[in-house]
Design a protein around this ligand. Structure first.
Ligand code: ZN
Length: 218
């Protein structure tokens, strides 16, 4: 593909099996540095993609060739033109973002930014797993009455919304697990009750889930 018309690439959501393995190992008291870095850096790349995509949708696209920021007016036929020679219509750029679970409001972006900043400078296994645990158990919030709407795991882990919730519900814990994880789990259990109140059991597609401001029981 011509460099001058390259479309942006977004890091994929994570496969469940590596997160499952991380929590299983942790519950067995096995601290696998290779595995935790694999999970952490995949999450970091995904969070970074999410942040860049949201910034683009808000009018500041990132050039996929040189990373310069290109302000735009969100008109589909408008061309994003970079000093490096790259050029693409906003319509084509936006099409790479849609239906990829790359959308969220400010609190989610802040949560992901914290992870992107702190994971690479975390040295101990414990710090790393606490950061991973915090980010995968986060929620989108309905600002009007401050209730959780969707888990952010849908933006980070492969699968339909119900699968991802069931997956996090079933992660392994034991007395050998890093002790703070049980606190995150308690908060998750409380928040996920609201979400389950509207997630249909037969939900067919990630893309058909309610938006944050629609269909949420108040
Ligand atoms: Zn450029």
């Amino acid at each position: 593909m011509n460099e001058n018309h390259r479309v942006p690439q977004w890091a994929p959501r994570l496969p469940k099996k590596i997160i499952h393995q991380l929590y299983l190992n942790d519950a067995l008291g096995i601290h696998d540095e290779g595995l935790i870095d694999d999970v952490g850096y995949r999450l970091l790349m995904r969070c970074r993609s999410f942040i860049i995509a949201n910034k683009a949708v808000r009018g500041k696209a990132t050039c996929p060739v040189c990373s310069s920021i290109i302000p735009h007016h969100k008109r589909k036929d408008e061309f994003l033109v970079c000093n490096c020679g790259w050029k693409l219509s906003w319509g084509e750029y936006f099409a790479t973002i849609q239906h990829k679970q790359l959308s969220g409001a400010e609190p989610v972006i802040m949560l992901f930014m914290k992870f992107v900043k702190q994971f690479p400078v975390s040295r101990s296994y414990k710090n790393k797993i606490l950061l991973i645990d915090e980010v995968i158990h986060g929620f989108h919030w309905y600002a009007k009455n401050n209730t959780p709407t969707r888990p952010v795991a849908i933006n980070l882990i492969e699968g339909r919304l119900k699968d991802v919730i069931d997956f996090l519900d079933a992660l392994s814990y034991s007395t050998k697990s890093v002790s703070e994880l049980s606190q995150t789990k308690r908060v998750w259990d409380e928040n996920v009750k609201y979400v389950r109140s509207w997630v249909p059991n037969d939900q067919q597609s990630n893309d058909k889930q309610p938006r944050d401001k629609k269909n949420v029981k108040e």
